[in-house]
Design a protein around this ligand. Structure first.
Ligand code: HEM
Length: 340
């Protein structure tokens, strides 16, 4: 898998690697220092996107209509980002969408852009909690802090352990391990090397999240590391960048950081989850599959048993989770299809 082989090459050759793919130069940064120079020091020069050849739109059209694939940070792209910031993902907008969600499930279409990244993260989070037998610890926090059968989005900020589990999941399993590829719009210098204009730039955040010089026991799932820690997801901590950083940082971050703990909390509050046929959790296969998002190669198959919160939770499920469940089902179904 490319993110693993590039991390291994970085161990042998250093944190900044240049490859030639046909006529294109590809640069891969794999350390917190390389990420800082790419996403902070040279953010402006490296803020273009490489548009995949399969994309049916022309460059000028993408500049006007697309955020993710806008080849340049044009005035049109700036207006779309401003719209996201003020109208879609501001604290106020998210709050009002929460009450909208309570009234109208249909409004959830708004959020389809982040579906794959969100469902992938939830699947990895549940898998890690089962494998490391931490489900009970999350449930204890929910029972202690929420103390009612209905979880509201605003409650999830009171759940430090649950939020630490989400961060730890994103550290080990960033859905976009190379971020979304950037493009050099001008020549620039990174770690004393010249990056030619039009190079494609990847930052291996999968590798930085497991860098032994930045993390203690980097391969272990230890949510505690984020308790009493100032590390956040906003793109200032260059060893921890699942949402990217700089001017092209994920605009859906405020929504995702609210939705992910809400979905995970509700799944655990409503059901006891276990593996099929009393399989040993420690044996759970965590092999990755590289694709548009970094998925589990073997889709997680788990059995829900309703717990005593179930009746109150039905409401939560109907109002908040139907769209997430539908995506998960599609996701799992496509996973089973892949397996066959
Ligand atoms: C677990 C959840 C998510 C993760 C891990 C994630 C991650 C990312 C990453 C790594 C990038 C590229 C950043 C860079 O180049 O520095 C990105 C861009 C983007 N994300 Fe997300 N994302 C998530 C959820 C969402 C959601 C919920 C939305 C919207 C509803 C969204 C919309 C976008 C858009 C529009 C861009 C392109 C921004 C641009 O190029 O200017 N994402 N995301």
């Amino acid at each position: 898998m490319p993110h693993i082989s590039m991390a291994n090459h970085a161990k042998a050759h250093g944190p900044l690697i240049s490859l030639r793919l046909g006529t294109r130069v590809l640069i891969v940064g794999s350390s917190p220092m390389a990420a800082t120079e790419i996403l902070k020091t040279n953010d402006r020069f490296l803020s273009g996107r490489c548009v995949p050849k399969a994309n049916p739109y022309r460059s000028q059209e993408l500049d006007r209509i697309s955020l993710v694939w806008a080849p340049h940070c044009t005035e049109g792209w700036k207006s779309l980002r401003a719209l996201c910031r003020t109208e879609l993902f501001s604290a106020k907008a998210i709050e009002s969408q929460a009450s909208m969600r309570e009234k109208k499930v249909a409004q959830m279409e708004l959020f389809s852009a982040g579906t794959d990244t969100t469902t992938t993260t939830i699947e990895w989070a549940v898998a890690e909690l089962i494998k490391n037998k931490l489900m009970r610890k999350v449930r204890e926090e929910l029972e202690r802090e929420i103390n009612k059968d209905y979880i509201h989005e605003s409650n999830v900020s009171q759940l430090p352990y649950l939020n630490a589990c989400i961060k730890e999941t994103l550290r080990l399993h960033p859905p976009a391990p190379f971020l979304v590829p950037r493009r050099a719009i001008e020549n620039c210098e990174v770690m004393n090397y010249t990056i030619p204009k039009d190079s494609q730039i990847l930052v291996n955040v999968w590798a930085t999240g497991r860098d032994p010089s930045a993390w203690e026991d980097p391969l272990l799932f230890k949510p505690e590391r984020f308790l009493n820690s100032s590390l956040d997801l906003k793109g200032h901590d260059y060893e921890f960048l699942p949402f990217g950083s700089g001017r092209r940082i994920c605009p859906g971050l405020p929504m995702a950081t609210r939705q992910l703990p809400m979905i995970l909390a509700s799944l655990i509050h409503c059901f006891d989850w276990s593996l099929e046929n009393n399989e040993d959790p420690a044996e759970l296969n965590m092999t990755e599959k590289f694709g548009i998002t970094l998925q589990k190669e073997h889709p997680l198959l788990i059995v829900p048993k309703k717990n005593y919160n179930f009746n109150g939770c039905l409401l939560t499920i109907c109002i908040f989770l139907i769209p997430a469940f539908v995506s998960l089902l599609i996701f799992w179904a496509s996973g089973s299809e892949r397996e066959r």
